[in-house]
Design a protein. Structure first.
Length: 692
């Protein structure tokens, strides 16, 4: 738990180690700077309110300059300086990038692409997750570090590697091939079972010996789809096994120190099945960077929300985000005034008990020298550092929030890694399908309506939610289909979309018509998909019950209603399926199940959702006049609720009088109304109410 880390920090703002506080800090890379800068760094950290930093993330070559040489003197001094300054250390195991001496002596640790090219040194993460040679050297380093710093008073947590899988999730080497075969033996037991699961009767692919099986390397045409899906599962598991190997060394030598690693729940980073990894670490950590576009802050909120879902609603650690511009996008735009604080506090609103940046001091050299930092190239006399210091003070004011869990919403959006992986594979009806975008569109629509929603994994308790949205739930095993049916019949309300329920866990189509495993629950049958070309659209009528039109893109379906309980909420007005149902709704037991057969985008979904929400008994908790302009998120402890009110706009927003003690942000008028400046976040504390 992150509470263990908090308890190990040197002191709270009042000098009491037991007092609640939020973590504030950054990646700190002192090896990039001369010794005389280090004491100035600690002084500025104290000025900014920093209380923890991550150290040694990319320090392997400095710590171990040669196979039998160790240089810990500089790191000892850094650890001592930070502790003397009241700053805790989340100490990385430094294994993220192997040093040149290792790759020169052992080039067999280097990853191989699907086309057989070697991934050479010169950047980072140039190692195979399944390489026994790499693991031997890496675990030796982890062991040396754990033994040396086990009792150091600055050590508050261990940081395994860094962004595992960011650049090396898929390795097609001979090491990977051997490990893949072992993984497949464990999964299927026999070749007959594997041949059935992979459908190898197609294209004469039947295997008669385990040694014949390879990763899905470059092939003459589309590789076997179940082989591709299993390789994705295997690759995530291979990195998870590596994570376990480092973790086990650390737990054996330093059993009281919590262990984490930084996930990357953001954008299209999908190779690592993070819900499956979450139980392997003591607390969930995440890195997030704003992705430019019309839904940029919606995506930030969505990713933070999903991170909370992966963490089971418990507090988590924001390990990295940016103070301003990054360096890796085509055009790297600086943040506007107020963005640094709003971006940070949005993560806190969704459960982060730590706000950390990459990095503390902006690099003068290297690939990330134009990536912003807490101390920019301009130095401490800069707008960025002043904003950082203001944020530090805000986080001190929010200290009581530390340890608060997410208060469950009444709407859940299901996010499923198998469906993400499988729905976007090749040789499908449309290569334009974007699983994450569809889920984000539903989330944006709910934000526009002022509705709180949780982004949850398939491990969540469905009965906690009145309305469950499962966009593009493509992979549906039989057990999951039964669970969704039970959920609906006992009073839940399910909404799903095009290309859902189509295949089982082996990527085999459920026969008899789409949407396969969900066909009876939805009361519809689809004989043929109707994917749309990029320039094509369709019009729908009746979307919001008024007869007005809406536009669909990407997909349509040839729907036939098979159950008299099904109501058609909207028809296609144009396109191949003009006159046919486009959106259906079936009452079932005490609940209902709805199907949306085209991509409506956030605006169209915002017109569809009110009727579905009303039917599920879900209403906004925000005053009508600010819905869509303010995002509400709630965290709670045994004795308090913390309301985070986030101004989503670039304009001033005023809310009617709200009950609660202001902790930070906003301006309260004599009549009790609360005004938020553009992009401002206010936090109110209320007495706890019974959970609903």
């Amino acid at each position: 738990m992150i509470s263990t880390l908090l308890s190990r920090l040197p002191h709270g703002s009042d000098g009491d180690p037991a007092s609640p506080r939020l973590v504030f800090g950054a990646d700190y890379n002192p090896e990039q700077w001369p010794r005389e800068v280090w004491e100035e760094d600690v002084r500025l950290m104290r000025q900014a309110g920093v209380n923890a930093v991550s150290v040694a993330i990319f320090s392997w070559a400095r710590i171990q300059p040669a196979p039998d040489q160790w240089d810990f003197g500089w790191l000892d001094e850094v650890m001592d300086l930070l502790h003397a300054g009241g700053i805790g250390v989340d100490l990385a195991t430094a294994t993220a990038s192997p040093p040149p001496w290792l790759t020169t002596a052992h080039p067999e640790i280097l990853p191989v692409t699907a086309s057989g090219e070697t991934v050479w040194p010169g950047a980072r993460q140039h190692w195979r997750p399944t390489s026994p040679v790499f693991r031997e050297h890496a675990l030796r380093l982890v062991t040396e570090m754990a033994r040396r710093y086990a009792d150091h008073p600055a050590l508050v947590a261990w940081h395994v590697s860094n962004e595992l899988g960011c650049h090396n999730i898929y390795d097609y080497s001979d090491d990977a091939a051997r490990a893949f075969r072992d993984w497949l033996r464990a999964r299927y037991g026999t070749l007959d079972a594997l041949n059935h699961a992979w459908g190898t009767a197609f294209w004469s692919q039947r295997y008669s010996d385990w040694a014949q099986i390879l990763p899905p390397r470059l092939a003459a045409s589309h590789p076997n789809p179940t082989q591709q899906l299993d390789f994705k599962r295997f690759s995530s598991d291979a990195l998870k096994e590596y994570l376990r190997a480092e973790r086990d060394v650390l737990r054996e030598i330093t059993p009281g120190v919590p262990v984490t690693t930084n996930f990357m729940v953001m954008g299209e980073t999908k190779g690592m099945n993070y819900p499956d990894w979450a139980d392997e670490i003591d607390f969930v950590s995440n890195d997030h960077y704003v992705l430019p576009g019309p839904q940029d802050r919606d995506e930030l909120s969505f990713s933070a929300n999903l991170t909370s879902g992966i963490a089971g609603g418990r507090p988590w650690f924001l390990m990295e985000h940016s103070t301003s511009a990054v360096n890796w996008q085509p055009i790297n735009v600086a943040k506007r005034p107020g963005d640094l604080a709003r971006d940070s506090l949005l993560h806190v609103a969704h459960g982060a008990d730590a706000v950390c940046f990459f990095q503390w001091r902006q690099s003068a050299a290297g690939a990330e020298k134009y990536h912003s930092a807490m101390v920019p190239h301009a130095g401490a006399d800069s707008d960025v550092f002043r904003a950082v210091t203001e944020l530090g003070a805000t986080l001190q004011a929010l200290a009581p929030v530390a340890g608060a869990e997410r208060e469950r919403a009444r709407v859940g959006i299901v996010y499923d890694w198998d469906s993400w992986w499988a729905s976007e594979q090749d040789s499908h009806p449309s290569s334009r399908l974007n699983y994450r975008q569809e889920a984000l569109d539903w989330y944006s629509a709910l934000l526009a309506l002022g509705i709180r929603a949780d982004v949850i994994t398939t491990r969540a308790d469905l009965d906690e939610y009145r309305l469950l949205i499962a966009p593009v739930l493509h992979v549906v095993p039989q057990a999951q289909a039964k669970e969704l049916t039970r959920y609906v019949e006992t009073g839940g309300h399910l909404v799903t979309t095009y290309f859902s329920g189509v295949v089982d866990e082996n990527d085999h189509v459920w026969l008899g018509g789409y949407p396969g495993a969900l066909r009876e629950l939805l009361g519809i049958r689809i004989e043929e998909f109707g994917p749309l070309l990029a320039e094509d659209t369709v019009e729908l009528d009746g979307l919001d019950g008024t007869g007005t039109l809406a536009t669909g893109t990407l997909w349509t379906d040839q729907i036939t209603v098979t159950d008299p309980e099904v109501r058609t909420l909207a028809h296609y007005r144009t396109g191949t399926y003009a006159g046919r149902p486009a959106i259906t709704h079936r009452a079932a037991g005490q609940g209902s199940a709805a199907y949306v057969s085209t991509r409506l985008g956030p605006d169209g979904l915002a017109r569809l959702l009110p009727g579905l929400l009303e039917g599920a008994g879900v209403h906004s908790e925000l005053p009508a006049e600010v819905r869509g302009r303010v995002e509400l998120t709630v965290r709670r402890t045994a004795d308090a609720r913390y309301l985070f009110l986030v101004n989503r706009t670039d304009e001033q927003v005023s809310l009617p009088a709200l009950t609660g003690e202001p902790l930070t942000g906003g301006t309260t008028a004599a009549d009790g109304s609360l005004t938020l400046r553009p992009r401002e976040v206010a936090v109110l504390r209320q007495p706890a109410q019974p959970a609903t």
